[in-house]
Design a protein around this ligand. Structure first.
Ligand code: NAD
Ligand code: ZN
Length: 361
């Protein structure tokens, strides 16, 4: 959830969509002076993608380990690494290549190069003061909408805060949306991440904080998700293209909407049990029948059609203390829970009720 404080919505300025569109990267970078910083998911380290990139000898490539989702300290360390290697010189452009973790890391770095202090100083809304370094986003897995949203999610391990730099300056200047790049995503991961688009939009459309443009983005996103997940193999050429567009539009919807009950529960799983965002959403979905009955049924139909299994029982046998922690890190998300259940949401979501839901997952 990342609504602009003044209700004024900025979007990505340029995008280049289509299979093979990665070939345009060189042309886009020609006018960008200085060295270029590439932030690339480590999966691609020994793959032939690098041969398609216009990397030259002065450029800096950061192979990003995405085993864990981005942390504020990690972003600070990466910034120092690059500054030290480049005599404190800023890059002329940053190129983020990968999923939400890589795209968000590149966004956070772009802001930090032009704003003093640490990543944690900018967790919140509209705290970034200066435009970041020019940045290009190139997703290689579809679903989070990180390519088009105005935030970059990071966890501050000390405070337990999982929150991004919500700012107009966080939005990419340019995207390359090349569905060829998502061919190699493992099936389960492809489904879990793709479902982030679907889940965000069903939450928005079932909420009370509505906006006509947000609704339109959400409705189109859902249509494309249904095509992609119920229309044959989700990873066919056509469906990979559709899901990439769904992800982009879903990210645009985020700027105009709030999520609902699923994302807060999912955040609880991430904070307390370390579960990754997209799989945590899917796990949460399995306990959401009473809140989202139609969508619960449709979600299960999609998983079945794609022969994907959702892990069960991860929060079935925890201690009372753990359930209390899960509860605390769920109900802290007041805006989406109010959007879904009203200002009195804690009367519905008591500790007992939330524990029952966690046990159902
Ligand atoms: P990810 O970036 O964490 O990557 C997931 C896995 O897929 C990794 O193992 C990665 O190596 C692999 N992968 C990526 N592309 C691949 C490819 N083409 N072939 C093979 N493997 C590939 O995944 P994600 O689900 O896209 O992103 C999750 C992150 O996004 C979380 O940190 C979450 O908080 C964040 N997020 C951000 C926003 C936003 O608006 N900024 C929104 C939702 C989620
Ligand atoms: Zn999400």
């Amino acid at each position: 959830m990342s609504v602009a404080a003044n209700n004024n919505s900025k979007q990505v300025q340029y995008y280049n969509y289509g299979p093979g569109s990665i070939k345009h990267l060189g042309g886009l970078l020609e006018s960008k002076a200085g060295y270029h910083l590439y932030v690339i998911d480590h999966y691609f380290r020994d793959k032939d993608l690098i041969s398609k990139l216009p990397v030259n000898s002065v450029d800096y490539v950061l192979w990003l380990d995405t085993t864990h989702e981005p942390k504020t300290d990690q972003i600070d360390a990466l910034k120092d690494e690059v500054f030290n290697a480049k005599n404190q010189e800023r890059p002329g452009a940053i190129i983020g290549i990968g999923g939400g973790s890589s795209l968000d890391t590149a966004k956070a770095l772009a802001n930090l190069f032009n704003n003093p202090g640490k990543a944690e100083d900018y967790q919140g809304w509209d705290l970034v003061q200066h435009p970041g370094v020019y940045k290009i986003g190139i997703p290689t897995i579809s679903g989070t909408g990180a390519e088009s949203s105005r935030t970059c999610v990071m966890t501050n391990v000390r405070t337990g805060l999982k929150l991004g730099m919500n700012s107009d300056f966080t939005i990419y200047d340019q995207l390359i949306l090349d569905p060829d790049l998502t061919k190699t995503v493992p099936r389960d991961q492809y489904f879990y991440t793709g479902m982030d688009s679907y889940i965000h939009c069903i939450e928005s459309l079932n909420g009370s904080h509505r906006n006509a443009i947000g609704d339109a983005f959400s409705e189109e996103t859902l249509k494309l998700c249904r095509d992609a997940f119920l229309g044959g193999d989700m990873q066919s050429d056509e469906n990979r293209g559709k899901l990439m567009v769904a992800s982009y539009l879903g990210g645009c919807a985020i700027a105009n909407s709030y999520v609902g009950i699923i994302h807060p529960f999912s955040a609880g799983l991430s904070v307390v049990l370390g579960t990754h965002h997209c799989i945590a959403n899917c796990i949460t979905m399995m306990a959401m029948e009473e809140f989202y009955p139609k969508e619960f049924e449709e979600f299960n139909r999609m998983a079945e059609a794609q022969k994907v299994t959702i892990p069960r029982g991860i929060a079935a046998n925890l201690t009372d203390e753990q359930y209390q922690q899960l509860y605390n890190s769920t109900v802290i998300h007041e805006k989406p829970l109010t959007n879904a259940l009203g200002a009195d949401f804690k009367k519905i979501l008591t500790l007992e009720k939330a524990t029952e839901l966690f046990k159902k997952m």
